[in-house]
Design a protein around this ligand. Structure first.
Ligand SMILES: Cc1ncc(COP(=O)(O)O)c(C=O)c1O
Length: 361
């Protein structure tokens, strides 16, 4: 087998090697049952245990209070763009969106189908290079909820000031789930696809304040209704068994290593290596994001020209540092440094950046 590389992919992304190996060892014959877990009934005792353990690890790691329900839903974060609006906004109401970039815009676009929406803060003026402080967000009267994207995976910016503006807060946490504590006193719905910091793609983790589940009063198709997932423990139909199974292993791996608090500290150190390499470059590397808005999960930067960028990518790949190309809409580089990226991966990238800069300045 080719040696494993340091994979800086934005998602799906690197997973802990121990988790992959354990999954592999169980895949054909799960705990001596003579079949794989993915061949077991989703209502049988084997899957029961796996499902409940994943949900309870989410609760434990994120310190989710009793007033919230943890839902596991197919359709990714993208389906939540619409489901949030359907479930939390009544037909005649309006919702506010912080336009922090690519993902926020998509969330807003889908919500518009189900009610009236407006932009309460617009990052376009600063080319989406920062997130707002709460006092910059301006709400209109009778706003049903405020939607934020806590980490823009493409723009490389993160929310650093949680808005406490007296309306329910809804957050797309797809790319920084499990890397920071969630202030539940301010939060009402947190959601995200699993495929960055939770496990393989195929499931979204949606954490909803129970009291908000009935506000929309809409007739909803069952697969789009939070109440269906809540009342059935996310098993009113067949759940995405495989991602939930592997997610449980990832979450256990986090727990054994100190949980979210520890991973937050580690993320500051790991992203810090790369930001230091950028800042030490006297302009050779250009990161459009400064200060507290700098994402700890996705570090974006450019080189002086596209020729050098191509050379950088090829050189990095030869060193086993892969998937560093930025999103096609913005170009440049993007290093996604999620929880499962080993410290050595971030160190090796930073050291490659230093060497490359010296050789090419
Ligand atoms: C912040 C953010 N929101 C939403 C999505 C969409 O997620 P999904 O592909 O699970 O629908 C992504 C995907 O990368 C993302 O990074």
């Amino acid at each position: 087998m080719k040696q494993r590389v340091y994979n800086f992919c934005p998602g799906p992304c690197t997973l802990p090697l121990e988790v992959l190996e354990e999954t592999q060892s169980e895949l054909v014959n799960y705990k001596g049952t003579g079949m794989s877990l993915v061949e077991h009934s989703h209502r049988g005792p084997e899957y029961d245990e796996v499902h409940n353990e994943t949900v309870s690890l989410i609760r434990e790691l994120l310190e989710v209070p009793e007033e919230f329900s943890v839902l596991l839903i197919q359709g990714g974060a993208t389906m939540q763009f619409a489901m949030v609006a359907m479930n939390v906004m009544a037909q005649a109401e309006k919702a506010a969106y912080v336009n922090s970039g690519h993902w926020a815009k998509l969330a807003l676009k889908d919500a518009q189908v189900y009610g009236s929406t407006y932009v309460a803060w617009d990052g376009a003026d600063d080319n989406y290079s920062r997130t707002p402080v709460a006092s910059e967000i301006s709400l209109q009267p009778d706003t049903q909820y405020l939607h934020i994207t806590t980490n823009e995976t493409i723009g490389g910016i993160r929310t650093f000031d949680w808005p406490d503006l007296g309306v329910p807060l809804v957050a797309d946490m797809s790319s920084d789930y499990m890397s920071r504590k969630i202030p539940w006193d301010l939060m009402d719905v947190a959601y995200g696809g699993a495929q960055k910091n939770i496990g393989p793609s195929g499931v979204a983790v949606v954490i909803v304040r129970k009291s908000l589940m009935n506000v929309s009063k809409r007739e909803l198709p069952s697969a789009l209704d939070y109440r269906q997932y809540h009342s059935s423990g996310s098993r009113f139909n067949t759940p995405p068994v495989f991602p939930i199974y592997v997610a449980g292993k990832v979450l256990k791996w986090y727990k054994e290593r100190g949980g979210v608090e520890e991973f937050e500290k580690v993320s500051i150190v790991k992203s810090g290596f790369v930001y230091d390499a950028i800042d030490a470059g006297n302009g050779f590397y250009d990161c459009p994001v400064t200060g507290e808005s700098r994402s700890r999960m996705n570090v974006v930067f450019r080189l002086p020209n596209e020729e050098l960028e191509a050379k950088f990518l090829a050189g990095a790949e030869a060193e086993g540092l892969v998937n560093l190309k930025g999103h096609r809409s913005v170009g440049g580089m993007r290093a996604s440094i999620y929880n499962a990226m080993p410290m050595e991966g971030a160190e090796k990238l930073a050291s490659f950046m230093d060497t490359f800069r010296v050789a090419n300045s």
